[in-house]
Ligand binder design. Structure first.
Ligand SMILES: [Zn+2]
Length: 185
């Protein structure tokens, strides 16, 4: 069955009349918007990074904070959204800063759980740059909790993934987590 037909059925199951004016074109709209919100599944990291990797003799931590993201929780098909903070320590290569949000989007735009998204972003940066270490922290609000009143409305969920020196070197880890903690305070 095609998606618009499924959505029409869904509307009926919700007790709605899919032929009323406001809902008439909803099935096609839902199909288009779901395709867009899950398009990360059709993209590869190589594709989005393109020629954005450069040789650079730099060994200082690179930190990009507050990368906005929007994703869909795979358990409820409801949005979760927030910010991702990304850091890495180069090992001869850096990536164009505009590429990091695009890497985040590849993994955000699909049915997800926040924990897996965080790990996937870190592993993708690891794969593209082979840096000395990678740190990723995601801070998100989940509408499936907020709208359904399961938890306090303002609660947010933090997840992190630390690879390489971010895991093994205490100073690197605390520098990164200190930078992340200072956000919004
Ligand atoms: Zn959920």
């Amino acid at each position: 069955m095609k998606t618009p037909e499924l959505v029409r059925r869904l509307l009926e199951n919700l007790g709605e009349d899919p032929t009323r004016e406001g809902l008439l074109r909803t099935p096609e709209r839902v199909e288009r918007s779901l395709a867009e919100l899950t398009q990360g599944r059709t993209q590869t990291i190589e594709e989005v990074v393109g020629h954005g990797v450069f040789e650079e003799d730099c060994s200082e931590m690179v930190v990009v904070k507050d990368i906005e993201f929007y994703s869909l929780c795979e358990h409820h098909l409801l949005p979760f959204f927030g910010r991702v903070h990304v850091a890495y320590i180069p090992n001869g290569k850096i990536v164009g800063l505009s590429k990091l949000p695009r890497i985040v989007d590849v993994f955000a735009r699909r049915l997800q759980v926040q924990e897996r998204m965080t790990v996937q972003i870190a592993e993708a940066i690891q794969q593209v740059l082979q840096p000395k270490g990678v740190g990723v922290v995601a801070d998100a609000s989940h509408l499936c909790m907020m709208m359904r009143g399961v938890q306090k409305q303002n609660s947010s969920t933090m997840t992190s993934c630390l690879l390489g020196s971010f895991r093994s070197d205490f100073r690197t880890r605390s520098e990164f987590l200190g930078l992340v903690r200072s956000i919004g305070t």
